[in-house]
Design a protein. Structure first.
Length: 301
């Protein structure tokens, strides 16, 4: 099938199918994603404290202990049921001396460790520990995103991984496939095949949509007229009851008369006598002719 014969609406339908297939194939795998995000922490208290704690650096500036945050919307299975969660991943700056008990006296900035990837899985709904201690009920639909938004004034920032959300990912893959396969690709095909952005209009054929099949009308058969039977006495008809019908025959033609005349004998042919003979090599006899006289000088033989 040639590409220029495919219509634009057919390309659009094909692009939607391709986009949906890509969105399904590119769904985020929870286990593989968590394996790339580093070390998991299940302590909510540690999560809330390290978001606000600042680590002093050698130049006098500070750095969040748990920063460069990215929030991933995901669904995990727990006890055979699917639960929506938010995975807060970031880089944790571990110090050489972190919250010792009892605290050690220090002179100057604390030694700085290494940045390591950490993540925390926040349930939905999410309730901060301060609200739990005050005895407040969790707000329906509250997530860790609402909690992080309330900490923006204290320098906490994050990025939302919309590509990990199944709803946004499906819309992005379908929309991208529709734009490329359903709009850009058929336009390029029309430019190469016809030299225009749109394919030339095709002649419309005869539509058979409203054509109805007609069946020939069958004329009703004429009713048969029956005459009532007459009460005729039953009797046997014999040949003597009917008079013979004379038939006229054409007159006979007399046969032709043959005239016999004597046949005169023809004149006898004056046929000279001929002699025939067969040589040794002849297939049939041939006429023998008299030899010609041989002339000699001065004498005849």
């Amino acid at each position: 099938m040639r590409l220029e014969r495919i219509k634009r609406w057919q390309w659009m339908v094909l692009s939607i199918v391709i986009g949906a297939a890509l969105a399904y194939a590119r769904q985020t795998n929870v286990d593989s994603l968590l394996a790339r995000l580093g070390e998991g922490v299940a302590d909510q208290r540690w999560f809330e404290e390290e978001l606000l704690r600042k680590v002093p650096l050698a130049d006098g500036s500070t750095l969040p202990a748990f920063g460069r945050l990215t929030v991933y919307p995901m669904t995990v299975r727990e006890r055979g049921q699917s639960k929506p969660v938010h995975v807060v991943a970031g880089m944790y700056l571990s110090e050489g001396r972190h919250r010792p008990d009892p605290p050690m006296p220090t002179t100057g900035p604390a030694p700085v460790g290494k940045l390591r990837p950490y993540f925390y899985i926040a349930p939905v709904p999410f309730q901060p520990l301060a609200d739990v201690q005050r005895g407040q009920q969790p707000t329906p639909g509250a997530t860790v995103i609402n909690y992080l938004d309330g900490l923006k004034a204290q320098g906490v920032t994050y990025a939302y991984a919309w590509w990990a959300d199944a709803r946004y990912a499906a819309a992005a893959w379908t929309g991208g496939a529709f734009l490329l396969v359903g709009v850009v690709w058929p336009t390029c095909v029309n430019l190469l095949a016809f030299g225009t952005f749109r394919r030339p209009r095709e002649e419309k054929g005869v539509s058979l949509w409203r054509v109805k099949a007609s069946t020939p009308k069958v004329q009703p058969a004429a009713p048969r007229v029956t005459t009532p039977a007459l009460d005729v006495p039953d009797r046997t008809v014999t040949p003597m009851d009917k008079p013979p019908v004379p038939t006229e025959r054409p007159p006979a033609t007399p046969p032709p008369t043959l005239v016999l005349e004597p046949v005169a004998a023809g004149p006898a042919a004056d046929d000279p006598h001929k002699e025939f003979g067969a040589g040794r090599d002849d297939f049939y006899p041939t006429e023998l002719k008299a030899p010609h006289p041989v002339e000699t000088h001065g004498a005849k033989q």
